[in-house]
Design a protein around this ligand. Structure first.
Ligand code: PBG
Length: 371
């Protein structure tokens, strides 16, 4: 039998000699009879226990932040058609939800408000008795330990659906040198500061500005500090893209822009270096935590941000990511539990310390079932 061991300079992988492993390949008449003994990674996959022992990334309900939609009214629990299992809840129903979230080990919720009336400047957002301040008070009363994060943006509150004051001759801050329909940056900053103080005074534990306006973190930090709320942290949606994956959310929050889109202020999906610049600015302005959004289509951005900044980093698995998994599962094309957990694991593996996800409750149950 022409058995021989091929060693030394013949052990080339991709043109490089693998010196550290010095594997020996057994061949018969030039055909391999066995894999190289030093190169058998399957050894570590032979049983569930072994796979668990060497697992690099694990998910826990403590990683999740659960987004909730609160609407005006009472006893309301309206299903959101494009987001199966998610609801618009009235304040009373929301308070009931708090317990089940905590029981599952999920530490935090993120609130979006659907006000009874929308206007040009989104005044419900800075009304101390607006929908979100009321919801915050109810949640803090029902479950004081639950962390309540307030999504700070105007798109759910304005009649045009944009994230602040829009340039028009009818508004006080009209700027004739900017196009009509342009989102006015600095006049909106003032309102973001005001609304943040109102939400924090109602009991919000964290303010999460999501408008992608220049200077929003500094403006909110200044307003909070000025109101004696220096202890309230800011989670900035620092790298938020103008993504079409927000489609179902806009139905959920009743907030589609009535004209144009959000590409004037949210980031171009094609850009990665720009995300590092946006995060650097928000960090310099005092952001305590930063976020990349959406998650799955932007894992490269998430990994780069995590690598470059020493700040707790969140990723938002958005409505469209949730909806597509549900749609495929409803057709019998994907296993919902497995694919949702795989997506969440990928997001964590890419560097997320926290994941905002509509799967939070389901995933917490699935994970509990696994143990
Ligand atoms: C803005 C906001 C949006 C989302 C979270 N905050 C919508 C947008 O920017 O258009 C989207 C979240 C999702 O799609 O799940 N307030």
């Amino acid at each position: 039998m022409g058995e021989n061991n091929v060693i030394g300079e013949n052990n080339m992988i991709g043109g490089n000699t693998v010196n550290s492993l010095q594997p020996v390949q057994t061949t018969i008449n030039g055909h391999a009879t066995a894999a190289e003994p030093g190169l058998r990674p399957r050894r570590m996959r032979i049983s569930p226990a072994l796979r668990q022992m060497v697992r690099e990334t694990t998910l826990s309900p403590a990683d999740f932040i659960y987004p909730l939609f609160v609407r005006y009214g009472e006893g309301e629990r309206r299903p959101i058609a494009s987001m199966p299992g998610q609801f618009q809840l009235s304040v009373d129903e929301l308070a009931r939800e708090a317990d089940s979230v905590l029981e599952l080990g999920i530490p935090a919720v993120l609130l979006f408000g659907i006000p009874p009336e929308k206007d040009w400047c989104g005044s419900d957002n800075f009304n101390p008795h607006g929908i979100v301040p009321e919801a915050i008070r109810a949640l803090k009363e029902a479950a004081p330990e639950l962390i309540v994060i307030s999504d700070m943006c105007f798109c759910e509150y304005t009649d045009h659906g944009h994230c602040g004051i829009v340039n028009s001759p009818t508004v006080d801050s009209y700027n004739a040198s900017l196009p009509e329909g342009y989102l006015l940056n600095d006049p909106t900053l003032e309102l973001l500061g005001r609304a943040s103080v109102v939400h924090a005074e109602a009991g919000a534990d964290i303010i999460a500005p999501s408008a992608m306006l220049d200077g929003m973190v500094a403006a909110i930090r200044g307003a909070l500090d000025g109101a004696g709320l220096a202890h309230v942290p800011i989670l900035s949606y620092a790298a938020k893209y103008a993504s079409s994956f927000y489609g179902p959310f806009r139905e959920a929050a009743e907030s589609p822009p009535s004209f144009g889109d959000r590409s004037q202020y949210q980031m171009d999906p094609a850009n990665r270096r720009e995300a590092l610049k946006e995060v650097a600015l928000d960090a310099a302005e005092g952001a305590d935590m930063i976020m990349v959004k959406p998650a799955l289509p932007y894992l490269d951005v998430l990994a780069a941000v995590r690598e470059a900044f020493n700040l707790p980093t969140a990723a938002y698995q958005v409505s469209g990511e949730y909806a597509m998994l549900h749609a495929a599962a409803a057709n019998g094309w994907l296993d919902l539990e497995k694919c949702a957990l795989e997506s969440l694991t990928s997001i964590k593996r890419a560097g997320a310390d926290m994941i905002l996800t509509y799967f939070a409750k389901d995933a917490a149950r699935w994970l509990a079932g696994k143990q």
